[in-house]
Design a protein around this ligand. Structure first.
Ligand SMILES: Nc1ncnc2c1ncn2[C@@H]1O[C@H](COP(=O)(O)OP(=O)(O)OP(=O)(O)O)[C@@H](O)[C@H]1O
Ligand SMILES: [Mg+2]
Length: 259
């Protein structure tokens, strides 16, 4: 399931504004990669190019390649809907569909993908996904109640369950814990450590402890100034980035001496 991502010479634009410049990066399967860097340096923008969510924004476009196990996501004839099925995404604010039950939320991605499931197949997907997201025990007796009735941390795990229900190869997470309390944050971090056995995981975080706790590799992005494009400054094993980075900007950022 888990797949390798290779990014070659990627520039990311909003109309004429180049938001991210010339990213080259390889992300191995069954690893967690953290994207860190100051606000506005393009972490979310770049993350969204990894499942073609970027181009949902009017006039947004990219130049370059993103290969998933060797296949260019931006190749001619590639269907972005299928790409998003292979590369799932979890957002900063938990966003369960408010009118849907917990069960319907888990199945929402499959329904969008037009798969008709038997009742027993659907039950299986619901249980497997909620187990996978470490939420099953907390909700198994109230699957038909609204997803919006869960706590923030539970809602975020519900969104993770929804993302993994379609069996993606890659899971992208944009600051998935920023709206959560420390206990829920640790629950999500434990979950990420488990999910890594099956998925390639990329997480954007402003929390340095979180990056060092959950990730194997860390990418530091930075911008030279307003209106300039964000750049990948340094990408290495997480311990190297935090303990022995090769760039001074990286060291300043991870040690909190920044801006
Ligand atoms: N929809 C958009 N249209 C135009 N410009 C955008 C859009 N979204 C982001 N940008 C610009 O792209 C640049 C990178 O923004 P992005 O949201 O990727 O940064 P970020 O590193 O995720 O920041 P943060 O840490 O605050 O989330 C910024 O200059 C931002 O203003
Ligand atoms: Mg962001």
């Amino acid at each position: 399931m888990s797949k390798r991502i290779e990014v070659n010479n990627l520039d990311v634009y909003y109309d004429k504004f180049k938001a991210v410049e010339d990213v080259n990066m390889v992300i191995e399967p069954r690893t967690v990669t953290a994207f860190i860097g100051p606000s506005g340096c393009g972490k979310s923008t770049f993350l969204r190019t990894l499942n073609r969510m970027h181009e949902v924004i009017p006039k947004a476009w990219v130049d370059g390649e993103v290969l998933l196990d060797g296949n260019n996501l931006y190749g001619p004839g590639v269907d972005p809907v299928l790409v998003r099925r292979q590369v799932g995404m979890v957002f900063q604010r938990p966003n369960p569909f408010p009118t849907m039950s917990i069960r319907e939320n888990v199945l929402a991605g499959l329904k969008l993908n037009n798969r008709s499931l038997s009742r027993s197949e659907a039950d299986e997907v619901v249980e497997r996904s909620l187990q996978g997201a470490n939420l099953w025990n907390e909700v198994k007796d109230r699957l038909n109640l609204p997803g919006s009735g869960l706590s923030g941390g539970q809602q975020q795990r519900l969104c993770i369950a929804r993302a993994i229900a379609v069996k993606p190869d890659v899971l992208l997470m944009d600051e998935p814990c920023s709206a959560l309390d420390p206990i829920s944050t640790l629950a999500i971090e434990d979950l990420i450590a488990e999910l890594k056995q099956d998925y390639t995981i990329v997480i954007v975080t402003h929390n340095m402890q979180q990056a060092s706790r959950v990730s194997d590799r860390t990418a530091f992005f930075n911008i030279a100034g307003t209106g300039k494009p964000g750049k990948l400054i340094e990408y290495d094993d997480t311990t190297t980035i935090f303990e022995n980075p090769s760039q001074k900007d990286t060291e300043d950022y991870v040690s909190g001496r920044f801006g």
